[in-house]
Design a protein around this ligand. Structure first.
Ligand code: CP
Length: 302
């Protein structure tokens, strides 16, 4: 993985993904080490973020790295008309690794093709969010004791949700049975379903959340991605399609866990938060350890 960009989850093999999860376990036991002191990480966020940006920066800080970058492009030279190409070529001169979120699909791939330092895709439009997937895999493995042969329900905006796209592709390596719950307008794109079909795995599509609860090991709730809709009325019509409440918990298995990449809007009622089956905040914490593992492997420190 040394010097290898991570743009799409498939850029890394199953074995490489499992190596990251294994190393993340070590960082979870010992997250503060000075092993990145000689490195500068650039954190370029052209789109809003709380968890991804701050967990990358926390991960790097706890390993002693210096961080440069921005959390909005409006106070950079992009505002003066600088291209993404020139921004990347410049920042690559100042850093050893670039973490980038950008609203344009394919922007991270483009950056990886011109950059002299590795690029980590922190989300490119509605396309992919591979580091979220690594922490999702880590969270599933930790709560279920395995990644193999699970029933995973993905609920909400399966069309625009980039975390869903990357996660489905990754789970295809683990004989997953997929339960896909969405409004008809927001079904999983054909290009992602192709990955499931190529592996001859089962997927079932639903419009009702209640239908999947008794059979699922993991419920992966997602936000309807308001910012990807061109018609605000369309969003208003379906924005509260699925809300998971605490009174739905008795219908679930012992090992059932509720996950969500966050931020949530209304998809999980706060009454669920105290349940031992609610895992979304621990899931977000796992992002620190997984990103420590990823960065140190890419930099060749581990
Ligand atoms: N999960 C996730 O990407 O959250 P942020 O948008 O807050 O980074």
């Amino acid at each position: 993985m040394k010097h290898k960009s991570l743009v799409s989850i498939n850029d890394y093999t199953k074995e490489e993904q499992l190596r990251i999860l294994e190393l993340a376990q070590e960082f979870e036991k010992n997250p503060v080490q000075r092993i990145m002191e000689d490195y500068v990480v650039a954190s370029l966020f052209f789109e809003p973020s709380t968890r991804t940006r701050l967990s990358f920066e926390s991960a790097a800080s706890r390993l002693g790295a210096k961080i440069v970058g921005f959390s909005e492009a409006s106070n950079t030279s992009v505002k003066k008309g600088e291209s993404l190409r020139d921004t990347i070529l410049t920042v690559a001169n100042y850093s050893d690794l670039i973490v980038m979120r950008n609203p344009i699909e394919g922007s991270a791939r483009f950056a990886s093709e011109i950059s002299s330092v590795p690029i980590i895709n922190a989300g490119d439009g509605a396309n992919q969010h591979p580091t979220q997937t690594l922490l999702d895999l880590y969270s599933i493995q930790k709560t279920q004791g395995t990644l193999d042969n699970l029933h995973v329900a993905l609920v909400g905006d399966l069309k625009y949700g980039r975390t869903v796209h990357s996660l489905v592709i990754a789970l295809c390596n683990f004989n997953t049975t997929f339960h896909l719950v969405s409004p008809v307008e927001l079904k999983l794109p054909r290009s992602v379903k192709m990955h499931i079909k190529e592996k001859n795995l089962a997927y079932h599509q639903y419009t009702e959340l209640e239908d999947v609860l008794p059979k699922s090991d993991v419920l992966y709730m997602t936000r309807i991605q308001k910012e990807r809709f061109s018609d605000p009325l369309e969003y208003e019509k379906i924005k509260n399609s699925y809300i998971f409440h605490a009174d739905m918990l008795p219908d679930t298995k012992e090992n059932f866990r509720v996950m969500h990449p966050l931020p949530r809007v209304n998809e999980i009622h706060t009454s669920v938060d105290k349940s031992p089956k609610a895992y979304y905040f621990e899931q977000a914490l796992n992002g620190v350890f997984v990103r420590q593992a990823l960065m140190t492997l890419i930099l060749g420190i581990k």
